[in-house]
Design a protein around this ligand. Sequence first.
Ligand code: HEM
Length: 200
Amino acid sequence: MSELEPRRHAQRSKHLAAGFSMTHVIKSEIHVSDAIRLLKKRLSQFSQTKTEIHLDQWFNYLAFDIIGEVLFSKSFGFLEAVDADTAHLRHYARRYRDSTEESRGPQRRAIGVDEAAREESGNFSEKELYGCVNMTVGAGADTVSASIQSFFYHIMRHPRIQKTVRKEIKDAGLTDDVISYADAANLPFLQACVSAQHGL
Ligand code: HEM
């Protein structure tokens, strides 16, 4: 992202491109669904105790936990630790290295050094890799959080639209408590609402 020279930009992207393919990212779906399930649990708890919360903060926790799963095969644990603070974030680059030994599935990591590409360019150091990891956490978490916040803000502000979305989901007769990526792709009205967040 920070490399302005087109040739070097293309060269560096080669190290990371495979991790961003849909076939790779979709491997994390089951863990992303777990994170959504945990958020739903937290929201029901708040609702039962009638505790006021800032939804944007909780969407932030969700987004960071999802990025943790996708990049490191390991959630940051924000949704788990109810009083999460930013200490979780301080050493996330190091998590990349640690995740090699302790992750549930190292092959799910989005960012990995492609050895063939490394040989070709010969200049992708561990320091650069950490830089990319830091950048991707920032690029991924804020965008995902902002998108979710925008989606729910508009859906709450427009009850008529919300009713149509709910009806479409109900009529689809889905049984899982979290809608899968494949099932969501077959809900055109919902897809239109999601795309609207990105001005598409
Ligand atoms: C709603 C979600 C997102 C939006 C709207 C978004 C938008 C963008 C845009 C507009 C760019 C600049 C593209 C360009 O220079 O031509 C970009 C670049 C980038 N985004 Fe995202 N993004 C999103 C989610 C993510 C996620 C989830 C990740 C990672 C997990 C990510 C990682 C990156 C990276 C690494 C780049 C730099 C690519 C490069 O320079 O080659 N983004 N994004």
